[in-house]
Design a binder for this molecule. Structure first.
Ligand code: 2BA
Length: 146
């Protein structure tokens, strides 16, 4: 059992656990859906961030979002991919976390999200916090508790 005394780790800053922006695969607003689908398929990630030219977080894009956007009544309209812009189809209502936030908030958020985008105070994209990293830290902690 984790005692109250040992819950301090929940309040450690998430800064050390972030996968930094330069290592995160992303697309930019203005990119078309064909490019986005290529990036998603080639990297194998199911969902990636969308940034603007100033590295600000604008939304998330997944393979499902792209395929949903070209679903016709009878078939998938692949020919529409080059004309669709990422910002027309991305998901914008997404949770974010600050670099200064605590582990506990990260833990709460990755219950329902495989990863959470990390932003600076001014909205600049700083990286992502993944479920994998949070679980690894949690496991490390649990095993070290006497
Ligand atoms: P998914 O793409 O659905 O990946 C689910 C899990 O599968 C990942 O969990 C990871 O354990 C594994 N995985 C998938 N693709 C991988 C790859 N190319 N290399 C190594 N492992 C891979 P998490 O590591 O917790 O990542 C959660 C989610 O965060 C991923 O979901 C993806 O949407 C996003 N993500 C992770 N790393 C990323 C990166 N460098 N760039 C962009 N998005 C990333």
């Amino acid at each position: 059992m984790i005692s109250v005394r040992n819950k301090e780790f929940l309040f450690t800053p998430i800064a050390d656990y972030i996968i930094s922006a330069e290592k995160v695969v992303h697309v930019q607003i203005g990119n078309n859906a064909e490019h986005a689908l290529l990036v998603l398929t080639k990297t194998g990630y199911s969902s990636i961030p969308v940034l603007d030219a100033n590295d600000r977080l604008k939304g998330l894009l997944s393979i499902r979002t792209v395929t949903d956007s070209i679903l016709g009544l009878a078939h998938i309209e692949y020919e529409r991919l080059p004309d669709l812009k990422v910002d027309e189809i991305m998901k914008t209502n997404i949770p974010t976390i600050r670099t200064t936030d605590r582990f506990q908030r990260g833990l709460d958020l990755v219950i329902d999200n495989p990863f959470v985008c990390v932003v600076e105070e001014d909205g600049t994209f700083a990286g992502i916090l993944t479920r994998r990293v949070i679980l690894k830290q949690f496991k490390k902690y649990i095993y070290s508790v006497d």
